[in-house]
Each structure stands twice: as C-alpha cells, then as structure tokens.
Design a protein around this ligand. Structure first.
Ligand SMILES: Nc1ncnc2c1ncn2[C@@H]1O[C@H](COP(=O)(O)OP(=O)(O)OP(=O)(O)O)[C@@H](O)[C@H]1O
Length: 245
C-alpha cells in the first residue's frame, strides 16, 4: 500500500496563556490520501486552525509527527518546512495574508514565481485562476481596494494556481454570497476531479456536505468521522442553498 499524502499521528499542541496552559490539540491523528476531500468542522476554539497549521508545517506540535509526501515535517527547520510547503501545499489562511503592496494578480503569481515560472507564464496562469473564481476584473486592484469576498477568492486563486498536491483552506468562504460560494465549490470539485487533495475547515455545513469525509472536532480532539461517499452522489451546491431556505 502506498503512503498517504499527508499523515499526522498523536498530535499534541498546548498554548501558554497568561493565566493557564491550554491544550489546543490532544492526541489527534488523521490521514489524507491523494485525492481525498475532507471537511473539518466543530465549534469555535475546538482546534481546527491549529490542526490545519500543523498539517501544513506552519507550526510544530509539542508531540506527535506530521508526514507530507513521504517527508517528516514536524522536526524540520522553518526554512525546510517552507520548501516542502511550497512544493506540495496550497494554503488559504483565515486572515487572508495577501501582500498589501502587490496587486491581486501579483499575489496570485507569487507561488509560480517562487517555483521559477517565467513572468509571462505566471501572469497568464494567475489570470486564468482569477477568472475561474470570477474575480479577473479586479486583477490590477490592490488588496485594500477589494471587498472581503473578493479578497477571499484572490487568496484561494493564489492557493491553487500552482496545482499543489493538497489544498489546506481555513474558512475560505465566510465572506461570500451564494453565487461566489458556488463558484468556489465548483472550483474545488474540478480540482478534486483532477486528483488534488483538499482539507477544508468550515462552519458552513453546505461546504462540509460537498466533501467526501467530514471530521468533527471538540475540545482539541477528533470525535466523529463520517464518510459521505457511502450514501451516493451528493446534491448540487445550489440545491443545498435552496434547502437552507
Ligand atoms: N497563539 C495562540 N496563543 C494562545 N492560545 C491560542 C493561540 N492560538 C489558538 N489558541 C487557543 O487554542 C484553542 C484552539 O484554537 P483554534 O484557532 O485552533 O480553534 P478553531 O477551532 O480554529 O476556532 P475558530 O473556529 O474560532 O477559528 C482556542 O482555545 C484558542 O483560544
């Protein structure tokens, strides 16, 4: 059997607060195979972002291991983790982290430029990604000139433009209206069909319902896991919106 693309085992992460020590993750293990689409849900503060950061090597656990594409990630230096991340991961942060001094298209070009793509190729692929998400018209705007929903879609375009093995997305749809949200789900579906793995943290059960597997967290632990593929094809996103009433 081949190794999963992403594997975390026995993760523990505590934060030292002013008044007390907080166990944000307690013995969390999860595997993401190539082509998996996993939604992580759970109440605010249960550890979803912390887990995503550890899976992407943005932070290191106090205990436990993270393996990405056959490489152990958690014991590497920051620069080694950054290299592995650049090669294999697309990340959408909760706070979008767009570079304020660059235009929207400049932000989206970044992962390609870092991988050594030529200027012309980087520009055309970045514009294509913006177009796929319905925000090509704001390509030359600065992040501060964009609405929250536009910024979210630019950040998502930047996360997928270099076709990473796995997309890790932290609440990528909070500021979107239904049409834009549908755009995003369509993009995720296409990338999933192309074999990209997706791990999506979301409070929105319509987004969770588009995934193959839904993992629920509570108080720093994984407490439930549901395989949605077992119940046959899922309704289209528009129908999920309509169900919402
Ligand atoms: N840098 C930090 N320093 C101290 N405590 C932190 C830090 N980051 C997170 N925490 C705490 O760890 C716990 C888990 O936080 P985390 O952001 O992972 O939760 P979450 O499930 O993603 O929440 P939300 O849905 O509100 O984004 C929370 O109690 C939070 O207050």
């Amino acid at each position: 059997m081949t190794d999963p693309l992403l594997r975390a085992h026995g993760l523990e992460r505590t934060y030292q607060g002013a008044a007390r020590t907080l166990a944000a993750l307690r013995n969390v293990s999860i595997e993401v195979a190539r082509g998996d689409w996993i939604a992580i849900t759970g109440p605010s503060g249960c550890g979803k972002s912390t887990l995503l950061h550890l899976l992407g090597g943005l932070d290191r656990p106090d205990r436990g291991e993270v393996w990405l594409a056959g490489n152990r990630l958690d014991n590497r230096s920051e620069s080694e983790r950054a290299l592995l991340r650049r090669r294999h991961v697309g990340f959408v942060f909760q706070f979008l982290n767009l570079v304020p001094t660059m235009t929207a298209v400049g932000n989206v070009e970044l992962p390609l430029v870092l991988q050594g793509a030529g200027r012309r190729e980087a520009r055309s692929r970045a514009l294509e990604a913006l177009d796929e998400l319905g925000v090509a018209d704001v390509a030359d705007a600065a992040p501060t000139e964009l609405s929250g929903g536009q910024q979210q879609r630019v950040a998502l375009a930047r996360a997928v433009v270099h076709r990473p093995d796995v997309l890790l997305a932290d609440e990528p749809t909070g500021a979107l209206d239904s049409a834009a949200a549908e755009n995003v789900v369509d993009l995720l579906r296409r990338r999933h069909e192309d074999g990209q793995s997706i791990v999506l943290v979301t409070h929105d059960h319509r987004f969770a319902a588009a995934a193959d597997r839904v993992v629920t967290m509570l108080d720093g632990q994984l407490v439930d896991e549901r395989d949605l593929t077992a119940s046959g094809p899922r309704p289209a996103f528009t129908n999920l919106i309509n169900l919402e009433g």
